[in-house]
Design a protein around this ligand. Structure first.
Ligand SMILES: [Zn+2]
Ligand SMILES: [Zn+2]
Length: 278
């Protein structure tokens, strides 16, 4: 199968938008966003420009797809401003009412009222087969270390004996249920968002970080290619923080996987304001 990261934090926006081509075309989480405040600063104009480019790319790819997946209802994973991309598609989405927090429940209800897919399925814990492609979803797991931010569904795509797993926003994995699905599926290629180390010590505990590293080591043992991106790439020290995992397997970013330049624009926001005047 062909896997193409369309927008990721290592490419300059908050996103995990991934295009997959098997004997069908799939897009996971067709959206991107920017961190509203970082170092007390709003997004730099370079980030705004990059976001426009990423949204354009995502919408272009989405239109070619058979299946669009939404793992949860945060704006960096679903885009209520582009409901037309779902027209006549197969939409496999996180359940809008079960295992969901209040804010995502409201966003889900609004979003689902806008889209007009050919088929709409609530995918939590389910398995779908299209031609020779199997798409399997985990049960809802925490968005992070507890249920405060709601739940996400992890996705595993299998085609011709090869498996690709997209974790969505698990912020780690630090929780048993999050890692269980990954280890059971034994994917060849894994895309994980990683622990939220840019908030280490205040909104993300050292304990959760340590648990995540232990779990990432287990994942590194079973997969061929390990990509960590999204949450962890908001930390300029991220590579130093995965050095225990790196001893087992080289950790890639989505940018590296795609053969593109790493541009951690949000993590470098302060610097961007210093370098580029406008
Ligand atoms: Zn999220
Ligand atoms: Zn996210």
């Amino acid at each position: 199968m062909k896997i193409l990261p369309l927008a990721f934090d290592s490419l300059g926006t908050r996103s995990m938008a991934t295009f997959i081509k098997t004997d069908i075309k799939i897009l996971i989480d067709p959206s991107a966003a920017l961190g509203p405040k970082r170092y007390g600063l709003p997004p730099h104009p370079l980030e705004v420009k990059r976001l426009e480019k990423h949204i354009k790319t995502i919408n272009k790819y989405a239109k070619k797809c058979d299946v669009l997946i939404v793992t949860h209802y945060h704006y960096d994973h679903h885009n209520p401003n582009a409901p037309e991309i779902f027209k006549n598609k197969i939409a496999l989405v996180k359940h809008p009412k079960k295992k969901i927090n209040k804010s995502q429940k409201q966003r889900a209800s609004h979003f689902l009222s806008l889209i007009q897919p050919k088929i709409l399925e609530f995918a939590d814990g389910k398995e779908f087969i299209f031609k020779d492609t199997k798409i399997k979803f985990s049960q809802p797991v925490f968005h992070g270390t507890n249920s405060k931010l709601g739940y996400v569904i992890e996705v595993c795509i299998e085609y011709k004996g090869e498996k690709f797993l997209h974790s969505s926003d698990i912020e780690g994995p630090s929780v048993e249920e999050q890692v269980k699905f990954i280890l059971e599926e034994k994917p060849d290629i894994v895309f994980i968002d990683g622990p939220m180390t840019y908030m280490l010590g205040y909104r993300y505990s050292f304990k959760s970080y340590e648990q995540s590293i232990e779990n990432l080591k287990k994942i590194a043992e079973i997969c061929e290619i390990l990509v960590i991106d999204h949450h962890m790439l908001r930390d300029l020290q991220w590579r130093e923080r995965v050095k225990q995992v790196e001893k087992i397997k080289h950790v890639m970013t989505a940018a590296e996987f795609a053969g593109k330049k790493e541009e951690l624009l949000e993590a470098r926001r302060k610097e961007l304001y210093e370098i580029y005047s406008f």
